[in-house]
Design a protein around this ligand. Sequence first.
Ligand SMILES: [Zn+2]
Length: 196
Amino acid sequence: MWAVRVTLLAALACLGNEAGTLSEPSALKNSGFAPKIQYYRISGSTREEIRRALQTHGPVDQFGIHRHAAVDWKIAWSWPKAEDGRPRIDQISCRQDITIILPQWESEPTAPPELITAWNQYYNRLARHEAQHVLHVVDNYPAVEREIRAALEINPALTFAEANKTGHAVLNRIRDLDLAYDEVTQHGRLEGISWD
Ligand SMILES: [Zn+2]
């Protein structure tokens, strides 16, 4: 998993928003994990205008607070049914769907070069922070299938509801990782992410 981790972080850090242009996240595609990236556009020619745009247009988190970036993730699992209608939990398959939401500043001709430099630094740190949230999912979603299979091995009569409960416990662990990371870093502030 380490190689993927490095590739993903490097790819996100390279995405850059340099003066409003986008580079293709090709390294991300090559990593085998393909979180989608959804940009929301902001404009402004001063730090304050950008700050207001981020606050107005940034994604809203589970607590109803506007953030400057976010990771939306879903983990789903399923299994086929046997002819008698019973779930074939032994044939479980699991998949993830990850979208990173990031700002794209369309810098204006009047924007001073130091504002562009500050933005690029800010954006790269923001992307790196979100990449860590992505890794929480990438690293841990295989545990859904692994732990359901392990539960089935211990109890071959494992029910549909019991299997789902095991899966949801993994999702809760990922949510806890996200919450703990944001608490420890103060939503990235302690990683130098600030646009005040
Ligand atoms: Zn965060």
